[in-house]
Write a protein of this length. Sequence first.
Length: 239
Amino acid sequence: MARSGRVLRKALTGLSRESPTHSRGSGAARSVSTAGHLPSCGILMSRTPISQGPRPSHVTPERMFFSFVEPMTNKRKEYAERRILGYSMQEMYDVVAMVEQYKHFVPWCKKSDVLSRRAGYCRAELEIGFVPVMEKYTSIVTLVRPHLVKASCTDGKLFNHLETVWRFSPGIPGYPRTCTLDFSVSFEFRSLLHSQLATVFFDEVVKQMVAAFERRASNLYGPETAIPREFMLHEVHHT
């Protein structure tokens, strides 16, 4: 029995001489035991405050695509552009009215199929894709040669409202191969979350639209009419 007592004392003495690392481990174990459970959420909550150490200098903040600091509002956006173009009303009307060709030159247009057509009207299925969404929708297109092309989205999942209007009127007097273009787009996203894409949609699709149709006219009809500097016009409005 005396020998057993000496062995036990020796073992206890050895434990007391262990490195501080084991003590920290015991502290961690004790801190775990102080954790409580939130039954309503199923989340473990610590009853002891968590120390906030200094942030490492090498850590770079991640850039978020969406900004949740700003209030999320689903507001209708509008963009309008007025320009003098070096193509005739008929030429520009024909470029815009050929909806089935959009997939070849309109920014981010992946698909453009005309489902039905009659005088002054057509129904088309379009698909646009820009990071990070893809949208397929049916568009009702009103055609008034050579003055108007108006397209309205009817069944999109991304847009609550989307309408594009092209109006053509005579251009510069004495320059028959010119026209005045009034182009406008109004849109409203169906989801509040998707409404955060408004800036992307403006920059990647809307603002590039007129330039894309001008390039298409150049491919089909050749160089545009040279417009004297004093007659040049380019106005842009958006809300």
